[in-house]
Ligand binder design. Sequence first.
Ligand SMILES: Nc1ncnc2c1ncn2[C@@H]1O[C@H](COP(=O)(O)OP(=O)(O)OP(=O)(O)O)[C@@H](O)[C@H]1O
Length: 418
Amino acid sequence: MMGTWPVQFIAQYQQALTVRHGSLKTKLAYEKSGQSAAESIRNIKTVATLRREETFIQSFNVQNRLPHTENLKGAFATSIGFGFAQACNMFVNAVIFYAGCRFIINGWIDMPQMTNVLMVSTFSSMSIGMLAQFSTMISKGAVASRGIYMTLERKSLIDGMDTTGEAPEKFEGNIVFDDIKFSYPIRPDTKILKGISFEAIAGKSVALVGASGSGKSTSILLAQRLYEASSGKVTVEGIDVRNWNITALRENMAIVGQEPVLFNYTVGENIGYGKPGATQLEIEEAAKEANIYNFVHNLPDGFNTSVGQKGGRLSGGQKQRIAIARALIRKPKLLLLDEATAALDSRSEKIVQKVLDKAAKERTTLTVAHRLSTIQDYDMIVVFKSGRIVERGTHDELLAQKGHYSLLVEQQSLQVTH
Ligand SMILES: Nc1ncnc2c1ncn2[C@@H]1O[C@H](COP(=O)(O)OP(=O)(O)OP(=O)(O)O)[C@@H](O)[C@H]1O
């Protein structure tokens, strides 16, 4: 009887391996199809405008083919394993029954003895059968938890929760980029910044301009220490950002990007997220500064009006002004603007630009700008090209040089007044 146990164990081990292998493939395929579905739902307006609903449905179906096949294989393997284990049990019981009857006829054992052997055989087989069920569950669980543990154990290069580091009380908004070289971790061989140096001193406005992909937004990310420079250093108030207390560093600066990111909460909450523990008065003041107060005040629930998913109930300009209010509520000394008006229509752009110009007056401003008309009055314009700085100066100085900037201005058919 015990001689059949190894066979049953091997059958179940093989079954567990098949399920494990299938689970891993299925999990990856589900991840892919889930991502694709989430992305197309998130961007449903674009999908609908492009009339690509069918394409995404088909792609979802194709991506689900693999999990479907793998699930069928898994079910097949489980059924075979289960059937084999059951067959072994029945076979063993049949042998015991047959041999037991022969032994009883020959007078070697009695009926109770044979019954005992049959009971032991039946219960041990049942236990092994249960093991099979658990081994399948364990295999699936191991595959599912692997991804969770990999994420939990992943060590981030920059620990956003680190509480150590310097946090000087005086923050004026001085920032220096000193010979920065940088590649994104995902593409370490592609040099994005190839030794850039520039500075923005307290209260001054600096614009980063240049061709698409030349590294302007990357510089803004480095200022916030969302990435680490490969060589060179970014200093804020004379302190290397790596030595700053990361919370203090980020609390002293604020960013407004091209696409305002709003959460599905109220207008007030969205503005308040810029400053932990912000009061209603502070929220309203920030809204006034961002020229959105009257609009919000006239909403049915005022500051308690929900903005909807991704701010879907608001126009682009309104969303952006809420994002600006959120940035201004913390009264940052260093304001980072990454094409903050680029996604707006010309009317909204004018309103938002006015708000930004006013905000820029009171603090150091580092602006990535495509529309050169918006940065003519800046104290310094830094021109990027393929990860290098090729020119710097004021608008008039750069025009006089008749170089890259002048060409960019010409391309935008800017009305230049000297
Ligand atoms: N997360 C990322 N991973 C890998 N490469 C990236 C990443 N983000 C940007 N890049 C690459 O880095 C280069 C510089 O991008 P960056 O966004 O800094 O340019 P930019 O000058 O701001 O361009 P634009 O004016 O179009 O916004 C580009 O070639 C881009 O493809």
